[in-house]
Write a protein that binds this ligand. Structure first.
Ligand code: ADP
Ligand code: MG
Ligand code: ZN
Length: 500
């Protein structure tokens, strides 16, 4: 009889911070430049160059720490982690070992209600640990520490195995590493935790946290133990999993591998493993025995950072309203369904647009509809994130007012919106310039209706013979004749009057 096992998981999450410049020099952090375009003596490790700490990095780290209930270390400092690798020109990484900037925090996660990401992750392989469950469970996941460090450069290997090139543009890009306690027990909890972190950090504007693009990277530490046991088992670490799906698969695969070892009387070895999501298995990279000794020591080139209470207060005061608080306030302030609220608050950018546009036009449900339907459709079609939305709340409100005051009808509004979505065009001007105004003169619409009736005797006969649907066809003909600029409601009304 095999025992029941519990999975124990702790995460190390690296997040690239959205600063304009690198952590210890003034080089740009912009992505996509020519290789080595954004480099200087500091971030290429030239002898004699000296690092200067970027204040914004400290503020972002503090902001994330405060939002995750951490204590801020008033006297924190940087240490050198020594190792040789060609993407690391200094032969050490500046990080924080002894006195990380944040410690002892937690985030609260919710499970039981599957998010879109969890559902998608489930689609591929059978995630045995995720079950559809309607009861929402809340739990705290401890955060051991958050520290600041610099990213390494990037090696590019040619296809023939002869040449390796190095690009130092990423060298010195600021990172925070968020180390959790081993508090998670399933893939579902892990994804809920990552989503929670991502939401907090995105709301802070500290990073865009994209797993696929590497601005958020998760290392999964996992062990199993018999249910009821109070001691942790030996863990393995799986590095750099870059999607919720591969995280879910890796957890399932590694849990099963460890249980098989224990069931056959073996011992799990503490090691780093790489998960191959195409083969659905992991393989060992290096064990703890050949782990390097990094010979950490305090970096003599950087002063310790002393953080005064006033500075912490300043960062605290600048914190945004986070998602949970926003959801509660929306429920009080706006008459819109909970479903809308969930979707709108899933991005701070979208929530900001919603609030401002609703404030201007006073029609929250209509604003919400434009965001949930047309905006979501176009974002998906153009593979964009809500953060990249370009239209202004003022123009969205204007568009809604144009429809309300019958200057344009709904289908024209959709056309105008597509243009506005790309260029934040002023909808009123655009409608004016392109002669898109609706024909509100009932006399003019009536004339078109009469013409349509004369030209479509069969539909008229159908309608009169009791086929109510025929009116729809006639309205369509009127709209066509009016080049889309009639109000379908008015056309419908006039047609019925004429035919009765
Ligand atoms: P190291 O110093 O070797 O990196 P840490 O104590 O910093 O180890 O832990 C690294 C990560 O591993 C943390 O996120 C922690 O929660 C997790 N972890 C530690 N022990 C276990 C365990 N037995 N099972 C699962 N995860 C663990
Ligand atoms: Mg570690
Ligand atoms: Zn530089």
């Amino acid at each position: 009889m095999s025992k029941e096992y519990e999975t124990v998981i702790g995460l190390e999450v690296h997040v690239e911070l959205a600063t304009k410049t690198k952590i210890f020099c003034g080089c740009s952090t912009a992505f996509g430049a020519e290789p080595n375009a954004h480099t200087c003596p500091v971030c290429t490790g030239m002898p004699g160059s000296l690092p200067v700490l970027n204040k914004q990095v400290v503020e972002y780290a503090m902001a994330v720490g405060l939002a995750t209930n951490c204590d801020i270390t008033r006297h924190c400092k940087f240490d050198r982690k020594n190792y040789f690798y060609p993407d690391n020109p200094q032969n050490y990484q500046i990080s924080q070992l002894y006195l990380p900037i944040c410690r002892n925090g937690y985030v609260e996660i919710e499970t039981g209600k599957l998010s879109e990401n969890q559902k998608n992750a489930l689609k591929g392989k059978n995630g045995s640990e995720i079950t559809e469950n309607t009861e929402v469970k809340r739990k705290k996941v401890g955060i051991h520490e958050i520290h600041m460090e610099e990213d390494a450069g990037k090696l590019v290997h040619d296809d023939w195995g002869e040449v390796s090139l190095v690009d130092y543009n990423r060298s010195g890009v600021p990172l925070i590493e968020i180390v959790s306690e081993p508090d998670m027990r399933s893939a579902e909890e892990v994804i809920a935790y990552l989503e929670k972190l991502r939401m907090i950090i995105q709301y802070l504007g500290a990073s865009d946290c994209k797993l696929q693009e590497g601005s958020m990277r998760a290392d999964v530490n996992l062990s199993v133990r018999a249910v009821g046991s109070t001691e942790f088992g030996t863990r393995t670490e799986m590095k750099n999993l870059n999607s919720f799906t591969s995280i879910t698969h890796a957890i399932e695969g590694e849990r099963n591998r460890q249980i098989d070892i224990l069931e056959s009387g073996g011992k799990v070895i503490q090691e780093t493993r790489r998960w191959d999501d195409t083969k659905f298995e992991s393989y060992a990279m290096r064990s703890k025995e050949d782990a390097q000794d990094y010979r950490y020591f305090p970096d003599p080139d950087l002063l310790p950072v002393d953080i005064a209470d006033e500075w912490i207060e300043k960062v605290k005061a600048a914190q945004p309203e986070f998602r949970e608080a926003k959801i509660e306030r929306y429920k009080q302030e706006y008459q819109i369904p909970d479903y809308d609220i969930e979707l709108i608050t899933s991005s701070k950018r979208m929530a900001d647009i919603f609030e401002e546009a609703s404030g201007i036009c006073g029609q929250p449900k209509k604003v919400s509809n434009w965001l949930m339907v047309e905006t979501m459709r176009l974002l998906k079609e153009k593979s964009m994130d809500p953060d990249q939305i370009r239209f202004s709340p003022a123009n969205l409100a204007k568009l809604i007012e144009l429809v309300d005051s019958k200057v344009i009808n709904n289908s024209t509004a959709k056309e105008v919106f597509e243009v506005m979505f790309d260029n934040d065009t002023d909808p009123a001007k655009y409608v004016e310039e392109h002669g898109m105004k609706q024909e509100n003169d009932e006399g003019a619409v009536k004339a078109i209706c009469e013409k349509v009736i004369a030209e479509n005797p069969q539909s008229v006969a159908d309608y009169k013979g009791g086929k109510d649907k025929a009116i729809g066809f006639l309205v369509g003909q009127v709209m066509k004749a009016a080049k889309g600029k009639a109000d379908p409601g008015t056309a419908n009304k006039i047609l019925k009057e004429l035919l009765s």
